[in-house]
Design a protein around this ligand. Structure first.
Ligand SMILES: *Cc1c(COP(=O)(O)O)cnc(C)c1O
Length: 370
């Protein structure tokens, strides 16, 4: 028997989440964001659940090719655009739309030989200070692009740094309004947090929203809102089994460094899951976990291949009992990835993206997942 740890991708949850995001931004088209191999889900595994979106967006040209290979004929957008001039040849061949965020990319377009003009998304740096033209240089970049025979439609985009937090989007949004005022073209501003929080406002949702993490069933602004608040469902479950049960005496310790000491006698379970499976090593004692669908906690330090859990609330647990590290457990129990991530001082994004190659992944095609 293979080691019992396994990840499951829930097609129906992806489908549900895309629909939920569509309702959050009525009338806007929805990009399914599949960068980082669909946030660790696997593009091929997530595709069926995400194909209700209006387009697919990613960074890697190879990921774009994989989406075309799956038979997707609709829009595909490269969120960082071309990395070198010859990338534009693939854009022409596969009809990829691409972001233009610096002058070199415009130079490359000007030199590119093509019969089919390309659609581009011109990116404004509205304050995040990663990619994009500053507001002062935005219109000049637009004018250069508009003069090129290689360019077809020009859309406008920016990216929010604080859509999930207290600072909010107001300053960046007004930068965007000013920079693009009067220019023709479609608009795209919102990541997951902005889509869920502001998608009902037409001039914020624009023409295309770009929700990544929410489509995978993680709340973009946890713990202010959890997935239940937003009506989202986990699209990835990480599950395993108990492979040993121990009776700990008072004073007994658990794991490397003896970080946990029992103050009363207790039953513990050893779970076949460790940091080499992508379970976060920094998850401390008390990180939530489900055993047979019952919520309990981890004990002591996470090791490479194992963690230890408290079986006190689950007296019926034994070797072979089902353990849910995150996602959907038995009997409709759900452990949001956000809770595990928060305990470990990180975010759901990082946990999903880190799923280790040694973890087998299966696709749950149609079961409804709560
Ligand atoms: C990753 C990404 C998104 C999606 O962000 P989430 O926080 O996952 O919703 C949107 N736009 C751009 C440009 C991105 O790179």
């Amino acid at each position: 028997m293979p080691r019992p740890i396994q990840a499951t991708i829930h097609t129906s949850a992806l489908r549900h989440n895309i629909q939920r995001l569509r309702l959050a931004a009525p009338g806007a088209r929805v990009w399914a964001i599949v960068k980082a191999n669909a946030y660790g889900h696997g593009i091929e595994r997530a595709f069926e659940g995400l194909r209700g979106a209006d387009g697919f967006a990613m960074l890697d040209l190879d990921e774009a090719r994989r989406v075309r290979d799956l038979g997707w004929r609709g829009p595909i957008l490269l969120l960082e655009g071309a990395f070198e001039p010859r990338d534009l040849e693939l854009c022409s061949r596969l009809q990829l739309w691409h972001v233009v965020h610096h002058d070199d990319q415009i130079d490359w377009l000007a030199m590119h030989k093509t019969h089919a003009p390309q659609r581009v998304f011109l990116k404004l740096n509205s304050g995040m200070n990663r990619l994009g033209f500053t507001p002062e240089r935005y219109r000049a970049a637009y004018a250069r692009l508009a003069a090129l025979s290689q360019v077809d439609e020009i859309s406008h985009m920016t990216h929010f740094s604080d859509a999930d937090g207290d600072k909010g989007i107001a300053a960046q949004w007004s930068q965007f309004q000013r920079a693009t005022e009067g220019l023709p073209g479609e608009r795209s501003l919102c990541n997951s947090a902005a889509t869920l929080r502001h998608g009902m406002q037409p001039d914020i949702r624009g023409d295309w929203v770009r929700p990544g993490i929410a489509s995978y069933g993680s709340s973009p602004d946890f713990p202010t809102h959890d997935i239940k608040d937003w009506g989202l469902r986990p699209s990835m479950t990480l599950s395993s089994k108990i492979i040993a049960v121990n009776q700990l005496e008072a004073g007994g310790t658990v794991g490397y460094g003896s970080l946990f000491t029992a103050d009363v006698p207790m039953r513990t379970g050893v779970v076949a899951c460790g940091y080499a499976d992508a379970y976060p090593r920094h998850a401390p004692t008390g990180t939530p976990v489900l055993v047979e669908g019952v919520r309990t906690r981890t004990l002591g330090r996470v090791s490479m291949d194992m963690i230890v859990v408290d079986l006190t609330p689950v007296p019926q647990a034994r070797c072979g009992s089902e353990v849910t590290l995150w996602g959907c457990g038995p009997n409709g129990a759900i452990l949001p990835i956000d809770e595990v991530a928060q305990a470990a001082g990180t975010v759901g994004y990082e946990l999903m993206c880190a799923l280790a190659p040694r973890v087998g992944v299966s696709v749950d095609e149609d079961a409804d997942v709560g």
